[in-house]
Design a protein around this ligand. Structure first.
Ligand SMILES: Cc1cc2nc3c(=O)[nH]c(=O)nc-3n(C[C@H](O)[C@H](O)[C@H](O)COP(=O)(O)OP(=O)(O)OC[C@H]3O[C@@H](n4cnc5c(N)ncnc54)[C@H](O)[C@@H]3O)c2cc1C
Length: 484
């Protein structure tokens, strides 16, 4: 066994150091299955001290490393090159502290998002950001990706909910970011916010302090179906224009509805509708009652075919079941799923959806759409057979055009899934060399020798070296080198 691996085994024991090719298979990709690569090794630390000790060994050996939570990322963020060691943090899953008066919790990074809410539910509290993957994804992954979710329209993204963090830097030293009292101290740089969304390239968060929210007095969940996607999108515009801020505003298109209704996530959505719009309102009972009336009026004005409202918690669960299970349901459509993530201004949703349909038809790909309509955050999904190279190429080409469309409509190439390796080719749709140079300098302060999750999020020389197996991307990046 090579020296580094022997040292890791001495530190963690043989059960928590994986090196055989078979064992490493489960870590060869995340939810973006186009890019695959087995890491050099996977280690399973159980404490901050163990993470520090591993990172110090890797620093001494000048070996790159990649932090990983549950691996549900959809942009290749935790996928490691063959020379890198993965630090899988899923065994660090303790809720360390719950402060009910000050409304925060301190958690280890491997705590599953939904488990945190489950741990504080009896106190009338919850953790607000709710990615659709929340029953699996970790708070550490959410922090690194600045994840969103259906309820982030009203409550804000992960960045608005992380108050502080303990971070192991790439040389093995510890940094404390922020404070439970709030990270935005006058005169200081908000390092917590800077770390949030850095996709594992700034260090490894080993303790995260998050804001807890009190449950609202009243929650009302409504679902309307429409004969056209345009009507559904216009209803969203009307609701927001009326000054309402629903907790969630989610749209599913017909292809998604049909996939859901044919699956175990069946929710009783009308299969003949072109789109359904799920609206959740929360707040004081009287206010929510008035808002529900306004939402119903917007449904009617836009010709809703059918309106349903949950009358008890089980009904609410049913209405959400189809939305939360939509990606799972798409597993029925083909062997692989490419989940895209782009943003357009809310007022351009209709144009974007029409454009996406046209791009899908042009490339002959099977497209479904389920999206956070309130945020203009689109998720066009392409179901394809990853064993078919031509189908994969058509899928990637369609994805590229869709992201260009989002940018052309005044939006962006990612709302919440990050850049990872997936979008290295697309970053320059939004940023020029000067913009990227600033970002590279900021990263270099945290990660000076670029060993911490190299090749992610910013097109650079090391991105090329790490991802040599992704040739089209590499060739283009090498041609237009941007790293200062
Ligand atoms: C079905 C499905 C639905 C989804 N829905 C949503 C959604 O609604 N909203 C949304 O935003 N995303 C969504 N996602 C994407 C994904 O779940 C999120 O990006 C999530 O935050 C990833 O968490 P994870 O624990 O799986 O992290 P991983 O995938 O393991 O890692 C993600 C990134 O975080 C880094 N990282 C992980 N842990 C740490 C740490 N402790 N310190 C530093 N860096 C770390 C990794 O290096 C990697 O770059 C969805 C994914 C799936 C499969």
């Amino acid at each position: 066994m090579p020296r580094l691996e022997s040292a890791l085994v001495r530190l963690l024991g043989p059960q928590r150091v994986l090196t055989s090719p078979d064992a490493l298979l489960a870590w060869e990709c995340d939810g973006f299955t186009v890019h695959k690569s087995r890491p050099r090794a996977v280690v399973l630390p159980e404490s901050t001290a163990e993470v520090q000790a591993v990172v110090r060994l890797l620093a001494d050996a000048q070996v790159p490393f990649v932090p990983r939570g549950a691996g549900t990322c959809l942009s290749g963020g935790p996928t490691a090159g063959t020379t890198a060691v993965v630090l899988d943090l899923s065994r660090m899953r303790r809720v360390l502290r719950i402060e009910t008066a000050d409304l925060f919790a301190v958690v280890e990074p491997g705590v599953v998002n939904a488990d945190l809410t489950a741990a504080v539910k009896h106190l009338g509290l919850h953790y607000a950001p709710d990615p659709s993957s929340q029953t699996v994804c970790t708070i550490g992954g959410n922090f690194a990706e600045n994840s969103g979710g259906p309820h982030c329209f009203k409550y804000g993204m992960t960045q608005d909910h992380v108050l502080a963090a303990l971070v192991v830097l790439p040389d093995g030293s510890l940094a404390r970011l922020g404070s439970p009292a709030g990270s935005r101290l006058p005169g200081s740089v908000d390092l917590t916010a800077l770390f949030c969304g850095s996709e594992g390239t700034f260090g490894i968060a080993t303790e995260i302090t998050v804001r807890l929210c009190r449950d609202q007095e009243s929650v009302r969940t409504l679902l309307a179906s429409f004969a056209t996607m345009t009507a559904a999108c216009r209803t969203v515009g009307d609701i927001v224009a009326a000054g309402l801020v629903p907790a969630a505003l989610e749209i599913l298109d017909q292809a998604t509805i049909r996939a859901v209704e044919a699956s175990v996530y069946r929710a009783g959505y009308p299969a003949d509708a072109a789109a359904v719009l799920l609206v959740e309102l929360d707040g004081p009972t009287a206010v929510v009652g008035e808002e529900a009336a306004e939402v119903r009026a917007a449904f009617a004005r836009n010709g809703a075919l059918r309106i349903e409202e949950a009358t008890d918690p089980n009904e609410r669960k049913r209405l959400w079941k189809g939305r939360k299970g939509a990606f799972g349901a798409m597993g029925r459509l083909n062997t692989d799923l490419y989940v895209l993530d782009g943003v357009v201004p809310r007022t351009r949703l209709e144009e974007a959806l029409a454009g996406i349909t046209a791009i899908g038809a042009k490339h002959g790909v099977l497209m479904t759409n389920v999206f956070h309509a309130g945020d203009g955050n689109l998720h066009p999904n392409i179901s394809y057979d990853g064993r078919d190279a031509a189908a994969t190429a058509r899928t990637i080409a369609a994805g590229h055009e869709i992201l260009q469309l989002c940018v052309d409509l005044g939006g962006s190439i990612s709302g919440e899934h990050g850049i990872g390796t997936e979008k290295l080719d697309h970053v320059r749709m939004m940023y020029d060399a000067a913009d990227l140079a600033v970002m590279a300098k900021v990263r270099a302060v945290w990660n000076p020798d670029d060993r911490c999750n190299p090749g992610k999020a910013l097109p650079s020389r090391s991105a090329c070296a790490e991802s040599a197996k992704w040739p089209a991307m590499t060739a283009r990046i090498l041609r237009d080198e941007v790293r200062p």
